[in-house]
Design a protein around this ligand. Structure first.
Ligand code: GRF
Length: 195
């Protein structure tokens, strides 16, 4: 039976990466085989080490001025790329190498509150400032523009009068941890013959 190999890209704490790694530990068809990171101090690197998953620290030159990252992914036989808090725009060479196989999670209900600069607390502050009654997460395919690829799934949470950007961030993180791993599994099952 074909095993589908996943690379997770992350720039920060990596709590989503952690949940994805844990979720697929028991899987015989999907394996997390690599963590890719652009920040030497990112906690996600510690998480990868603790989980005995190889990690790859990349530079802007690697990513934007060469095909080195794409070549590395091929050397690990990667089938799908998961962006879980990765803050750099994905270059065309990677999108071309993995067409409709790069999935991102955004902490808002795209197309609203997306695009360049819309990440982390910036998103939640804008949603609270706009007095939105709900927010949520968007799991989507990645193309060459920030947060504009085809939407795969969205999950919502209501916002109360007393919510702050901080409490909203906590609620959104819970949604992410609850729904992202299974959404990845469903997407891979629906977009690969044989599993
Ligand atoms: C998440 O909120 C995700 O929506 C966004 O980046 C954050 C990553 O958090 N893309 P973590 O590093 O997985 O804890």
């Amino acid at each position: 039976m074909k095993v589908y190999n996943i690379a997770i890209f992350a720039s920060g704490d990596g709590s989503n990466a952690q949940k994805i790694i844990e979720y697929f530990k028991g899987s015989s068809t999907i394996k997390v085989v690599l963590v890719v990171c652009n920040k030497p101090t990112a906690n996600v690197l510690n998480r990868a080490k603790n989980e005995n998953i190889p990690s790859l620290l990349i530079s802007r030159a690697d990513f934007y001025e060469s095909n080195r990252v794409t070549e590395q992914l091929h050397s690990y036989n990667i089938d799908f790329v998961i962006l879980a808090g990765f803050l750099w725009l994905i270059p065309q060479n990677l999108i071309t190498a993995f067409p409709d196989k790069i999935i991102n999670i955004h902490p808002a209900l795209l197309p609203a509150y997306g695009g360049k600069g819309m990440y982390g607390m910036n998103v939640h502050e804008a949603v609270i400032a706009a007095r939105e009654k709900e927010s949520g997460i968007t799991i989507h395919l990645v193309n060459e523009k920030y947060d504009e690829g085809k939407i795969i799934e969205q999950h919502r949470c209501s916002i109360s009068e007393t919510d702050t950007p901080q409490t909203l961030a906590q609620n959104i993180h819970q949604l992410e941890h609850r729904y992202f791993p299974a959404a990845i599994e469903r997407f891979i099952q629906n977009n690969s013959n044989g599993i």
